[in-house]
Design a protein around this ligand. Structure first.
Ligand SMILES: *Cc1c(COP(=O)(O)O)cnc(C)c1O
Length: 231
């Protein structure tokens, strides 16, 4: 089994090659290490091996790890976020990838005010329309972003996030990623106050190559760095 360092180097090399093939700058693509269920000492090893930002999906786990590792790495909240858990992460995260409902935006706004912070968020979109997936439906996104822009001055929407369907073939996956990119370009044309579309968070261990080809700026990689999760 390859060690963490060589796995990270391997993925970074892949990112570089894929980006160059589609005439993109590899520096525009962030390798986000997904560290859910990964022990703190292994995360430390990943940081020493060149991981600069990590994603967690459970707020209390993020908090616990943050208490040990702190700002040696940037922290992202990925995956669905319960409203009552915003308080654990609000002053620790660089980016929330899973803004998908007004009640969550209200809570982020409230907590951000209390800490006097502005919080960058991605709108999570369910492009594939799968029932089991979190995220807004495509046709809800414009209205949602307009409402956030009007009501929540502490929230800065900087892009969008999606997850590809589980057992889909490459064509279907590509369609989903292209769908997110097209939607973000459409939103940008609306010129909504305070809204940027600089980030597209899409692609995981199985499908990051396609995601980069379709314009991902953040790929979220767990298994390919840390091995399979059995916790
Ligand atoms: C777990 C997770 C990932 C990483 O998935 P891998 O297949 O292990 O790379 C990416 N994004 C989200 C939202 C996740 O929950």
């Amino acid at each position: 089994m390859k060690d963490i360092k060589s796995k990270i180097e391997y993925i970074k090399n892949n990112i570089m090659t894929i980006a160059k093939n589609v005439e993109r700058n590899p520096e525009d693509i962030l390798l986000l290490g997904v560290t859910k269920t990964v022990d703190v000492n292994v995360i430390q090893e990943a940081i020493e091996s060149g991981i600069t930002e990590v994603g967690e999906n459970k707020p209390q786990e993020l908090q616990r790890k943050y208490d040990v590792i702190g700002d040696k790495v940037k922290w992202h909240q990925i995956g669905s976020l319960q409203t009552n858990k915003v308080k654990y992460i609000i002053d620790k995260v660089t980016l929330i990838h899973s803004l998908d409902r007004i009640s969550l935006a209200e809570e982020i706004q409230k907590r951000a005010e209390l800490c006097d912070l502005n919080i960058e968020c991605l709108v999570q979109v369910n492009i594939s329309g799968e029932e089991t997936k979190h995220g807004l439906k495509k046709n809800e996104v414009e209205g949602f972003i307009r409402e956030c822009s009007k009501r929540f001055d502490r929230i800065k929407i900087v892009g969008m996030m999606t997850m590809a369907p589980f057992d889909a073939d490459d064509n279907e996956i590509r369609k989903v990623f292209k769908g997110l990119k097209d939607l973000s370009e459409y939103i940008l044309t609306l010129g909504i106050k305070g809204v940027e579309m600089r980030e597209l968070s899409m692609g995981m261990s199985q499908d990051y190559k396609i995601a980069i080809e379709e314009g991902a700026t953040i790929v979220r990689i767990g298994t390919s760095i840390f091995g399979s999760r059995n916790k």
